[in-house]
Structure formats: structure tokens, C-alpha cells
Write a protein that binds this ligand. Structure first.
Ligand code: 13P
Length: 261
């Protein structure tokens, strides 16, 4: 028996791939996973809203072992919120996960800690799983204040969260300076941060939550980040847009889990 949680690999497509391209990628992933199933790894794809229906249809019809997530959701249940999508709408489409507090939304769409909190609350109240994204800018890292920075992000979103929602929470550490830059955090940096995040999560009685790393992850660096960085998986951007590169990260997680057990 093992207490190691199953690795989790999430592909955040961001604003890439229209629904035709999404169907193509979904089919490719389906074939690859049928040929070489990822027996120990949970897989989630997080497409743009307009691709969600296509993805859930393919996954259901082809019986692909993969969940679908959303990149954003409204904190409100319904009403006059032009351009927004509710948790109820996502659930009707069989979405199971939602990213909350991605640094791109925090930076470009005024997602304050208060909005992160209310969105996270709406997600878990609806029974959806949440991936809370945290991570510091380069200036914060250069001032060596990254630990305090992410502590504050974690606490403002998770302190006081009703215990019944704890199992719905995953945390993704995504240093802003490593996102889409090709500049991966070193396994030492990820390892130190993972230990820190787990200790803060334990203080919040969330010690069982999976901790992911995101930021220029690819098939080459995944094994080291997983082994030495001590994370439970990855939140992948660019490398999730191609079936081969996404699959190579998934296979790495699967193989590492086999070795660890
Ligand atoms: P990249 O893997 O492209 O750096 O993106 C990471 C990310 O932001 C995933 O949410």
C-alpha cells in the first residue's frame, strides 16, 4: 500500500485551439492513451469554454480516461453578468475542475484575492474541484519574499474553508517568471517551495491536498521536477497543446509513480 497520491497532470490550453483543433487533439490523445494507458495518473484538459462540449463528447464516446476543466468561472450563480459562465452551466457539461486565481487572470482581469476567494467558494459549493493557482513575480523572488507571498495567497483563499470541501482542493505553484518563458524553476526552487506550501496547507488542515508545479514544464524536465521537486504533478501550458508533448509528461508521471510505490 502507498500513501503517495496519484500524480495529476492538467493541460491548460489558455486561449488556444478552436473547437475543430480541440477535437483533433482530443482524438489524438484518445488513441495514444488507448495504446499506452496512464494507469496511475489523473489527467485533465482545460480548454477554452467554446471547446468544452466537444471535449466532453469525445471523452464520453471514446471512453477516454480524462476529465475536463474550465479556465474560469463566475463567482455568481446566475443573472445579469454579460460574458460570464456559471458553475451550474459547467456542471451540465460534465466539467469537473476549475482553475481559480491563475496569474494571467490575476494580472490582466483584476482578479483580486477577494475575487479569488469568492470564486473558489462558488466552485466548491457547487461540488466542482478547484485548482488554486499561486505564485510570485520575479521581483518578489529577487527580494526572496516568495514564501510570504504565496502564504498570503493560500491563506486568503483557503483559511476557514469548510472541512467538507477540503477534498476538492488542489494547489498549483506557478511562478510568474517561469510561465511561457522557457525558464523553468530549478528542482531546488520547486522542492523548497513545495515543502513550504505543504507546511502552510497542513496548518490549514489541508495537508492532503495535491501540490502541482506549472511553468515551462515539458517532457524533458518533468521527471526531475517530479522526483527532486517533490510535486504531485503538473499544470502544463504550452506543452499541453500537442498530443506528443502532453503525453510524454503524462507517461513520465506514470512511470515515476510506479517507481515510487
Ligand atoms: P507554460 O507551461 O506554457 O509555461 O504555462 C504554464 C501555465 O501557466 C499553466 O497554467
Amino acid at each position: 500500500m502507498t500513501t503517495t497520491p496519484k500524480p495529476l497532470v492538467i493541460g491548460n490550453w489558455k486561449m488556444n485551439l478552436d473547437y475543430v483543433e480541440a477535437v483533433h487533439l482530443g482524438q489524438q490523445l484518445g488513441v495514444m492513451l488507448k495504446n499506452k494507458p496512464a494507469e496511475h495518473t489523473d489527467i485533465v484538459v482545460v480548454p477554452p469554454f467554446v471547446d468544452i462540449r466537444s471535449m466532453t463528447s469525445i471523452i464520453e464516446s471514446e471512453r477516454i480516461a480524462m476529465d475536463v476543466g474550465a479556465q474560469h468561472v463566475s463567482a455568481y450563480d446566475n443573472g445579469a453578468y454579460t460574458g460570464e459562465i456559471s458553475t451550474t452551466m459547467l456542471k451540465r457539461l460534465n466539467v469537473q475542475w476549475v482553475l481559480v486565481g491563475h496569474s494571467e487572470r490575476r494580472a490582466m482581469y483584476d482578479m483580486t484575492d477577494e475575487v479569488v476567494l469568492s470564486t473558489l467558494q462558488a466552485v466548491v459549493r457547487s461540488g466542482l474541484k478547484v485548482v488554486l493557482c499561486v505564485g510570485e513575480a520575479l521581483s518578489v523572488r529577487e527580494a526572496n519574499e516568495q514564501n510570504d507571498f504565496v502564504t498570503q495567497q493560500l491563506k486568503s483563499a483557503l483559511e476557514g474553508l469548510d472541512e467538507k470541501f477540503h477534498e476538492l482542493v488542489t494547489v498549483a505553484y506557478e511562478p510568474i517568471w517561469a510561465i511561457g518563458t522557457g525558464l523553468t524553476a530549478s528542482s531546488d526552487q520547486v522542492g523548497a517551495m513545495t515543502i513550504h506550501l505543504r507546511s502552510v496547507l497542513a496548518q490549514l488542515s489541508l495537508g492532503a491536498a495535491r501540490v502541482l508545479y506549472g511553468g515551462s514544464v515539458n517532457g524533458e524536465n518533468a521527471a526531475t521536477l517530479l522526483g527532486e521537486g517533490g510535486v504531485d504533478g503538473f499544470l502544463v501550458g504550452g506543452a499541453s497543446l500537442k498530443a506528443e508533448s502532453f503525453m510524454s509528461i503524462i507517461q513520465t508521471c506514470d512511470d515515476c509513480y510506479d517507481v515510487k510505490r
